[in-house]
Write a protein that binds this ligand. Sequence first.
Ligand code: HEC
Length: 389
Amino acid sequence: MFAKRYHWRHFFGGLALLLLAIQLASGLVLTMFYAPHLNEAYASVQRMYNELAAVAWVRDSHRWAALVLAVAIVLHLVRSLLRKDFLNRDRQTYWLTGSLLLLPLLGFLVTGMILPWEWRAYWFVSMIPNYVGEIPLVGPWLAAFLLDIFTMNRAFVTHVLILPAITLVLIDIHALLRIKNRGGGLSLYLVERGVLALPFLLVIGILAWALPMPSQDPAMIPMPLDGEGIPMPEWFVLIFYVPRLYFHGWGSTLVGFALPLALFLVLTLLPYVLKPRSRAMRQALGGDTYGKRIAAMPWLASLRSALGAGRLAKALGALGVTAAALALFVPFYAVSRVSPTMGCNSCHNLSAGRRMGVPPETFKDRVVNPNLSDYTFMVEHWFYPQVVW
Ligand code: HEC
């Protein structure tokens, strides 16, 4: 019944919206148990794992949902690209807001990784200045500035207030306005999507239960390479650092910073560069170019008459999305898979002494902690902690 009103072409966009709603709800629960202070944050996370199993499950669901959300957004983007939505003037605003939404979502990932303030968080806080420090001209100044203004409270407020506000405004223009104008409004839409996304939600819930983030150290410590091969939301940020494993100096800046920035700018500006047309204009100009192209290829035309026109278009679309998604995710997996994201606590825990147990209070001071300025050491230590330390 409701599936009739429902556009399959927006499946991943709808899934992303539903997951955002889930992140909002699970995030609200977490704020009630989390303490945004350097020397209390990790203890408050550990308390969940030692005393409040249900809240720990909510935290792990928040992590897994973040991963599925990131994947859904990439697929939604791939579909919009293949559908050439950027050539549709009626959708220009949606294109722009969709592209801009990538920024707060990256912000959520970065701040979210910092909040637990264990060694992974310490690593990320130290790597942000290292990363922006490589930008020509403004880099060193920006690096010093970001390190200077960092406090746990600011990271927390950014994660739970500033980024959600920005996201809400953009999502409102991108999708909510349209959804609210439909019969049933937003709540019915989310319920519908919830039903359709049930398999994904189940998978998230089961993964959160089966593969929790190890946080019961030093009573229970993971193995150093735990998490290897298991996709984690961290990967979507780590990918910017991966080039440092292969290039030194400007090569890693080029691949890790300039390339993603250029891709983002091209993506955002596509509709402004390529002169999109409105639907009326396109029809006036020559109508069914898709049909004409199919007719030019006899085997496709006979396939179309065998399958039915709509089905062929759908099959080709699905094939294209699958191929493009594989082309993106296979290399992504191949370079990210070595990250032992869950293993840090195996060495960095209090049973190895205070120095290894808690991130030092002098974490901003690179004279006291010279390791932090060694960009290559830091990246290699994350990916190969058993070899480089
Ligand atoms: C095999 C044990 C081991 C594992 C696993 C490990 N580390 Fe380390 N880590 C070390 C040692 C040893 C040092 C060096 C400490 C020193 O110089 O005194 C270190 C240093 C660091 C530093 C440099 C800053 C400092 O204060 O010395 C950071 C940041 C760090 N580790 C983060 C991580 C993260 C994140 C992970 C998980 C991806 C991780 N470590 C996994 C053993 C380990």
